[in-house]
Ligand binder design. Sequence first.
Ligand SMILES: Cc1cc2nc3c(=O)[nH]c(=O)nc-3n(C[C@H](O)[C@H](O)[C@H](O)COP(=O)(O)OP(=O)(O)OC[C@H]3O[C@@H](n4cnc5c(N)ncnc54)[C@H](O)[C@@H]3O)c2cc1C
Ligand SMILES: NC(=O)c1ccc[n+]([C@@H]2O[C@H](COP(=O)([O-])OP(=O)(O)OC[C@H]3O[C@@H](n4cnc5c(N)ncnc54)[C@H](O)[C@@H]3O)[C@@H](O)[C@H]2O)c1
Length: 458
Amino acid sequence: MITQEADALIIGFGKGGKTLAPFLAKQGWRVIVVEQSPAMYGGTCINIGCIPTKSLVHGAEIAASRGYVEFAEKERAFEEAWRTKEELVSFLRGKNHDNVAGHPGIRLITGQASFVSPHEVIVTMQESEAITIRADRIFINTGAVPAMPAVEGDSRRLYNSTTLLGLNKLPRRMAIIGSGFIGLEFASMYANFGTEVTVIERGPELLKREDADVREAVRQALEALGVRFLFSSRVERIRDDASAAVLSIRDEAGDSRSLEADVVLFATGRQPNTASLALERAGVRVTEKGFIAVDDTLRTNVPHIWAIGDVNGGPQFTYISLDDYRIIRNHLFGDGSRSRQDRLHVPTSVFITPVFAKVGMTEEEAAKAGFRVKVAKLPLTASPRARILRQTTGFYKAVVDEETGRILGAALFGEEAGEIINAIALAMDTEQTHESLRDRIYTHPSMTETLNDLFAQL
Ligand SMILES: Cc1cc2nc3c(=O)[nH]c(=O)nc-3n(C[C@H](O)[C@H](O)[C@H](O)COP(=O)(O)OP(=O)(O)OC[C@H]3O[C@@H](n4cnc5c(N)ncnc54)[C@H](O)[C@@H]3O)c2cc1C
Ligand SMILES: NC(=O)c1ccc[n+]([C@@H]2O[C@H](COP(=O)([O-])OP(=O)(O)OC[C@H]3O[C@@H](n4cnc5c(N)ncnc54)[C@H](O)[C@@H]3O)[C@@H](O)[C@H]2O)c1
């Protein structure tokens, strides 16, 4: 068997790993990256995550704006958006491949890696003999995969986010199990394309960590798109009849109902992708939920092995995997000061129509934490930019500490929320007061200038 030697082995072509590889190569290290599938060069985000979904979300908003009536027209619009998504993904996958494979200091190997010992990994490949890699340092960046709860029955209409992205026909009826990030984004997107969407959530409401006014506004906006929600409900059985999947659903009160769908999407969370790694042969410990256990500098219990991205328990976002890279870089070549604990205010965005983005504490959380809270909330009907764009649904809301004037959190629901939230997170990280955002000069007409009026309310 062939044996390769490396200073650094990166298992998985994820965001953190693909950024770490050229950095280490530039330091003169011999770097090997192993990716199990040629369809995954660039990792989840590029191929089956952020990029294809947001491309379709955009395509769906264009389709909705055209006001199609006939289902055949909606189907054509979906197929056009689907092709555009495929082209974008294939372009980015190629670019990602070339950035790594074309780098003189990196060797990209396509095959599945499993540990043989703490310093050794075997890579099995489809068309050639397996190889062994011996590496001084190993970085595990294998991501996460959809978690599918066991549901009784047998249906050929079950999908997860990955398999659904491969379906190029618009379903008339879709059932989505789970109302987290993936459930809500797919619900909004397919409703915009013209699919009848029903979301079944075991919890009593969506976005359960948000304030009641925020939850209510998001639910209402999605319902206005045509999404139906069944909360406190569980799918007990799914079977196929001649033309549809039939879901048997039971709610908390014990009432049952049945629902027909052409497609059933499981959006019930993602679990660590470690099944093929044989971690026990390297002595790497995992948490109760199966994520690779790391300290705040992302080192596992085996000192020369690190874990980056979703596989270390997250949070599961591309920008967190990228920040994991920064922490590792800082410990290998910097002053060793970085840690997961120093991430101050991490913003998130759910790409529904319109976008919901948040950072920091909710009003309720801030009050519970003992702050004297002031709340600013501005409907987007007050924004000239939103009026120009004819996108006045939603509001910007911010929670401020009365004593210091510092911003404790924000929930932005509406046009450009996913952009403006980054400005608020920056203001929070740099400990600016709400007055400083209120009195800043912003371009006009822009959504950012909404912050002048939002904070003027206080
Ligand atoms: C539908 C969807 C939409 C999303 N949208 C967003 C979004 O809008 N914004 C956002 O920030 N995040 C989003 N996410 C989350 C984001 O995609 C992930 O957090 C991020 O991609 C995780 O990257 P990673 O670095 O952990 O590794 P990944 O990108 O998951 O890469 C892991 C790689 O390892 C490979 N691999 C696994 N096991 C082995 C092995 N044994 N040997 C070799 N290779 C292996 C896999 O094939 C894969 O390519 C979304 C996720 C999904 C599923
Ligand atoms: N825009 C973004 O940044 C973005 C987009 C998509 C995904 N992601 C990342 O991917 C992760 C995974 O997304 P996700 O939506 O799969 O997970 P999630 O954890 O966000 O949501 C899962 C939802 O499914 C519900 N659920 C679980 N089991 C159920 C069952 N049996 N019946 C009914 N409901 C059930 C849960 O109560 C929860 O509401 C996210 O947490 C996020 O980190 C991010």
